[in-house]
Design a protein around this ligand. Sequence first.
Ligand SMILES: [Zn+2]
Length: 403
Amino acid sequence: MKYQLICKKCGHIIPSFKEWFAANQVCPQCGSNHAEVTYNTNYQHLTELYKSTAESFWHYFDYLPLENKEHIVTCREGAIPIEEWEYLENYAKEMFNIDCRVMVYRNDLNGGTNTFKDVAASMAASIFKENGIKEYCIASTGNTATAYSKYLSLAGIRLSVFVPNCVCEDTVNEIRSLGQNLIISSGNYACAKKEAAEYHKSNHVLMSAGNIDPIRVEAKKTMVFEFMRQLGKMPDIYIQAVSGGTGPIAVDKGVREIERLFPEVKLPKIMLVQQDTCDPMVQGWENAIKNNFHEGYEKEYPVIENPQTEVSILSTGNPGMFPIVAPIVKKSGGCFLRVKESQLVDFARIAKKETGVILGPAAAVCLAGFYQALAEKKIRNGQCVLINTGEGAARAKQFAAKL
Ligand SMILES: [Zn+2]
């Protein structure tokens, strides 16, 4: 086998996804649901891959947990262009006298559903195909739901999708048109998750293992390879809007996987952004700073019971991943940033005027984070800032109309 899974808690080795699925996605020895993939592969080949053009993240097949290329389900996702947005550089110079490079990772250009979730969905569909999985279920705030619906349809896998009642109509229509089984919860995202878990139990259907799901992490870690291929180096700062937290977990995994062989690959300062209408991680972080990162700080965070936000894909009120994400942010020297939901349209409007790109609301949260980082003096002269805009406005027509 080219890869294996290792339990993060007890170190037990799980030979492949076949055994991982058979054990209901937990470690057969200790029951932990947190496992990581390692490879028996020569990493020197990576530098060769950096020199050639890539059609998708499958360019890095040797470092992905799939044995047979015939099982790949792809719509050309992951190898998306990183653009330099000069108007943001000019703004930093004019307003704060900061010379920085601002690069934007355009997830709206992903070939599946124009979101950051396409790579994970492509990876999942391919792994399921290889391991004979016929049915799957997932709870999602929107983007993951649509991406998994599309890719699993392509692989002939039946998907039951549980979404919160605040889900937007465009998402509902798209999932139904893909022929998947959509269940709109009577409550918020937490309720949808509970309903999915019940369905998983009573029907013995495999369910997404959440933000630490090794499938999602392995797909998204290829971001690190793409930064190296397209920029020739790692950015100094990585900004992303955060709901669950797979993005930062994946960046950290990608860096850890290759940093010993390639010392130039360093973890960027990770800056995670939430809008003020649903910002439990920011609150948890502020609390940690106030208490000097006392022991166990990462386990203390608020739960926002009914987040009143129009950014439905960033509506995780219970930030269960904070204990994993916060230490990664701390290790990186980064921070959490709060932005105003009321300002999102303005930032997205400027982006549209300056670049022609129509961002979705969550991508606008990420962009607003750049302005906030400048205001909080978190960006310094000479730094390269990478903004990961998670999505376009394809399923946020109301938001797009306001632009
Ligand atoms: Zn274990």
